[in-house]
Design a protein around this ligand. Structure first.
Ligand code: UDP
Ligand code: MG
Length: 314
C-alpha cells in the first residue's frame, strides 16, 4: 500500500523545512510506502529550488513545476493527476492542515471508507467575517445545488484511488474542488481537528480570489441562478398586469390623471435594475461556457520531473 501526499506550494519557502520535518516522520511511522507530490504553483520566491533540492535528496519527493501561477484548485488537480498512491491526501503546505491526522484517516480507510475528510471543529484562527461568510456560503450552496458539501471541510482529506480517478475525469476549467470531491460520492466519513495558524508567511488567497471561487462553486454546480429569472419575470409581469388594470379602470371612471412622475421613475429604474442583474447572471454562465469550449489544457507543466503518460494536458 502506498500513500500519496499532494501539496500545492505558492511562495512557501519559509514553510518547506517545517512542512517536511513534520510530515515525513508521521508517514514513516505508518510503515507504508509513500510519495509526496509537491506542486510549485508559479512561486516567485525560492520555493522551487528548495523543492528540487528536497527531491534530489529524497526519492519520495516528486516535484511538479507549473509554468505559472494557476491558482490552488488547478495546482491541486495537477498534483492529483501525478499521484500514484492507493490513497491520496491533498494537504496545504503551510501546516494549517495538521499531518498528525493522517494515521487516523488511514485507520478509517482501512475500516472501509473511501473518503475521509477533515472537518474543523473551531475556526478560532479566522476572522469573524471569514467565519460568518463561510457559514452563509455553505448554507447557500447546499440550498441551491444538488451536491451537498460538508460544513467546515476544506480540501484536506484522504481519498481512495478510485475516488481520485473519478475526480480526475472531471476536466472542467472553473473548478471548485470541494464540490468536485462531493459530487463523485462514494462512502464518506470525517475526522475532526482544530485548524492552527499558518506556520509562516501570509495567506495568498486574496478576497477577490475567494469571491471568484465562491461564485464558481455555485454556478458550476447549480443552474438555479439562471432559471430563477423566468419566475421573477412571471411575478413582475403578473403584478404589472394587475397594476395596468387598476390604471385603466381609474382612467375610465375618473379621467386622465397627469401627475405620475414618481411612480413611472420607480418602475423604470426597478425594471432596469432587474434586467441588468439577470443579464449579468447570464454573462457569468456564458463566460464560463466560453472558457470551457476553448478546451485549453488545465495547466502547463514546466520540466516534468518524470515522463508520464497521465492526462496532465487534456
Ligand atoms: N496556494 C497555491 N496557489 C495559489 C494560492 C495558494 O498553490 O495561487 C497554496 C498555498 O501554498 C497553500 C494553500 O494553497 O499551500 C492554501 O493557501 P493559503 O494558505 O493562502 O489559503 P487558506 O486556504 O489557508 O486561506
Ligand atoms: Mg493557509
Amino acid at each position: 500500500m502506498k500513500i500519496s501526499i499532494v501539496a500545492p506550494f505558492y511562495n512557501e519557502a519559509e514553510n518547506i523545512e517545517a512542512f517536511f520535518a513534520t510530515l515525513v516522520p508521521i508517514l514513516e511511522e505508518t510503515g507504508d510506502g509513500f510519495e509526496i507530490v509537491c506542486v510549485n504553483d508559479g512561486s516567485k520566491d525560492n520555493t522551487l529550488n528548495l523543492l528540487y533540492s528536497w527531491g534530489d535528496r529524497h526519492p519520495e519527493v516528486v516535484v511538479v513545476n507549473l509554468a505559472r501561477n494557476f491558482g490552488k484548485e488547478i495546482a491541486l488537480t495537477a498534483g492529483l493527476d501525478h499521484s500514484t498512491g492507493d490513497v491520496v491526501i491533498p494537504i496545504d503546505s503551510d501546516l494549517q492542515d495538521p499531518p498528525e491526522l493522517i494515521p487516523e484517516m488511514i485507520a478509517k480507510w482501512r475500516e472501509g471508507y473511501d473518503v475521509v475528510y477533515a472537518t474543523r471543529t473551531l475556526r478560532d484562527t479566522d476572522s469573524w467575517f471569514k467565519k460568518w461568510s463561510a457559514e452563509l456560503y455553505y448554507r447557500l450552496f447546499n440550498l441551491v445545488t444538488e451536491t451537498k458539501i460538508p460544513f467546515n471541510a476544506g480540501d484536506y482529506r484522504l481519498m481512495d484511488r478510485k475516488v481520485v480517478d473519478s475526480v480526475g475525469r472531471m476536466r472542467e476549467r472553473s473548478r471548485f474542488m470541494k464540490g468536485v470531491f462531493a459530487w463523485v460520492g462514494f462512502k464518506q466519513t470525517s475526522v475532526e481537528f482544530a485548524r492552527p495558524e499558518r506556520f509562516a508567511g501570509q495567506e495568498s488567497q486574496s478576497f477577490r480570489r475567494l469571491w471568484r471561487l465562491a461564485v464558481d462553486g455555485i454556478i458550476t454546480f447549480s443552474t438555479i441562478p439562471l432559471r430563477v429569472w423566468s419566475y421573477i419575470g412571471l411575478v413582475i409581469a403578473s403584478l404589472s398586469f394587475i397594476y395596468g388594470l387598476v390604471i385603466l379602470t381609474k382612467t375610465l371612471f375618473y379621467g386622465v390623471e397627469t401627475p405620475g412622475y414618481a411612480s413611472t421613475m420607480v418602475v423604470i429604474l426597478f425594471l432596469g435594475g432587474v434586467q441588468l442583474l439577470s443579464l449579468g447572471i447570464l454573462g457569468e454562465y456564458v463566460g464560463r461556457i466560453f472558457e470551457e469550449v476553448k478546451r485549453r489544457p488545465l495547466y502547463i507543466v514546466d520540466n516534468p520531473p518524470v515522463a508520464t503518460d497521465k492526462h496532465h494536458d487534456t
